[in-house]
Every structure is written in C-alpha cells, then in structure tokens.
Design a protein. Structure first.
Lengths: 131, 155
C-alpha cells in the first residue's frame, strides 16, 4: 500500500531535480555506499555490480543518501533512503511507487549526457542551420 | 545353426509374402497409415508446444503486467506533467516497448502487433517530428491492456 508521505517525498525529489537543486551522480561512482549495501561483488578475478550501472543514481541530502536503483536484468527500479549509519533504511519499491519512480527516473536520466542523442543532434544540426 | 529345410521354408515364406497381393496391399496400407499417424503426431506436438509456450508467457505476463502498467503510466505522466518531450524519453519508451513486445509476443494478437508497429514508428521519429499526443494515447492503450489478466489455455 502506497503511503502519501512517500509519494509527496518523491514528488519533491522530482521538483528539486527539475530545479537543479539536487545533484545526482551515477551510483557506481560511490564505491563505499555500493559496497556497504552489498550491491557490489569484488573478487581477485572479477568484480560486478548487482545493478544497472546506466540506470542507477544517487544524490545526497544532508547526511542521507538517496539512491534510485535499477537491478540488473530488470526494468523495475526502487528508491532507497540510506542514512550515513547504514541503519533504519527506507526502501520505496516499484510495486507501490512504480509510476512515480518511472517519472523520477526519466527526469534524472535526462540530466546526464547520452552519446546516442548527441549523434542524433549532431546530424540534425546542419538541417536546422539550413532551414 | 538352422537346418537346410528350415532355411528353405523361411525363403519360401518370404517369397510368398513378396508375391502375395494381399500382403502388398497390407504393406501399402500400413505405410500410409503410419504416414498419416506421424503427421498427426507432429501437428499435435506442435500445438502442444505452442500451448506450453503460451502458458509460460501468460504466467510471466500475469507476474509482470503491473510493472509494465506502472512504467507506461510513468512515461505518460513524464510527457504530460513534466513536459519531457525529448529524444531521450522517446528512446527510453522505445526500449520498454520493445521489451514488452519481445517478452509477450505469443500473447499479442494481430491488432496489437499492428498498433505496436504504429507506436514504434512514432517512437523512432525525432522529438521535433513525433506526435506526443499519439504516443500518450498508445501508452494509455497498452497500460490499459495490462489491466486484463491473461488466462492459460488447456488445449
């Protein structure tokens, strides 16, 4: 069952992201967070993340880590609110908050450069200049 | 070791079968019957295989339909509420629509396949040329479709 407080919280995240008040980064850039949450496995031979590195992000609000995580081989993301103590974590799952999490993911993904979009724009640019 | 009499008797019996019209007719009938029977078995096996695949996909669909429902609704809200009308959102929607089509292909009817084709055509356009109203309508159509549970077939 979705809690209205959490929906309001995610909506605030969306508004602040749109207003550039939140600075999101790719989740794999924060090795400590990823390691302590058990989302990263490193052995002598190989290392692997248990999440989609291109669709998982984090930002900081005070001491809190806000993580938007998309698992590997899945399209359903979840939002984690993780204190610096790594205790009393809140997880907002896709089952209850899927629609608004997709919205947040679309806003966050749009903050990052994308090579495919760059190529499309680069090809389109002469057309714009000509017209 | 068989005696010469036994060998002769066996050879005579084989000769009799080879020359007998009745035995020849029986052989032709048996081979035709086996052809019909094996064709029937092949068709049946193909149909059973299709039903098994359909039921597997139906189970997967029933488990994941709410995920797609929320994803399609989320994309629609991104376009309508957040005014995200960019190439990037088109690519993201296309990725999810391709995933949906790929995962649930055996469940899609001709009408759905036709609409998916038109939907993907819109999504492959530039953001400047794509009609976001049509895209929202298709997102509504496919998220609405996921409300219905898919029943398994019994044969």
């Amino acid at each position: 069952m979705a809690d209205n407080r959490y929906i309001e919280f995610i909506e605030l995240l969306i508004d602040q992201t749109k207003a550039n008040e939140l600075k999101w980064s790719y989740l794999d850039e924060n090795k400590e967070l990823v390691r302590r949450m058990g989302w990263y496995n490193e052995t002598v031979v190989f290392s692997e993340y248990f999440f989609n590195e291109e669709r998982s992000f984090f930002c900081k609000i005070g001491d809190m880590n806000i993580v938007l995580l998309t698992p590997n081989n899945d399209i359903s993301s979840a939002l984690y609110v993780i204190p610096y103590t790594f205790r009393n974590i809140v997880v907002l799952d896709f089952k209850n908050y899927g629609e608004i999490l997709t919205r947040l993911a679309n806003i966050v993904v749009a903050r990052f450069p994308n090579a495919d979009i760059f190529i499309t724009d680069f090809i389109r640019k002469p057309e714009r200049e000509a017209s | 070791m068989p005696s010469a009499d036994q060998i002769n008797f066996f050879a005579a019996f084989i000769n009799h079968i080879a020359e007998s019209k009745l035995w020849q007719a029986l052989a032709i009938f048996a081979s035709l019957a086996s052809l019909v029977f094996s064709t029937y078995i092949s068709v049946k096996a193909y149909k059973i295989n299709r039903i098994i695949k359909f039921n597997e996909t139906a189970r997967l669909y029933n488990a994941r339909r709410y995920t797609y429902f929320k994803i399609f609704r989320g994309h629609r809200t991104s376009i309508l509420k957040d005014d995200l009308k960019t190439d990037l959102i088109l690519k993201n929607i296309l990725e999810d629509v391709e995933g949906y089509a790929f995962e649930f292909k055996p469940l899609l009817g001709y009408f759905d396949i036709f609409h998916l084709y038109l939907f993907k055509r819109q999504l492959k356009k530039d953001a400047t040329k794509a009609d976001f109203n049509i895209i929202c309508n298709y997102l509504a159509r496919f998220s609405g479709k996921t409300r219905r549970r898919e029943d398994e077939k019994n044969g």
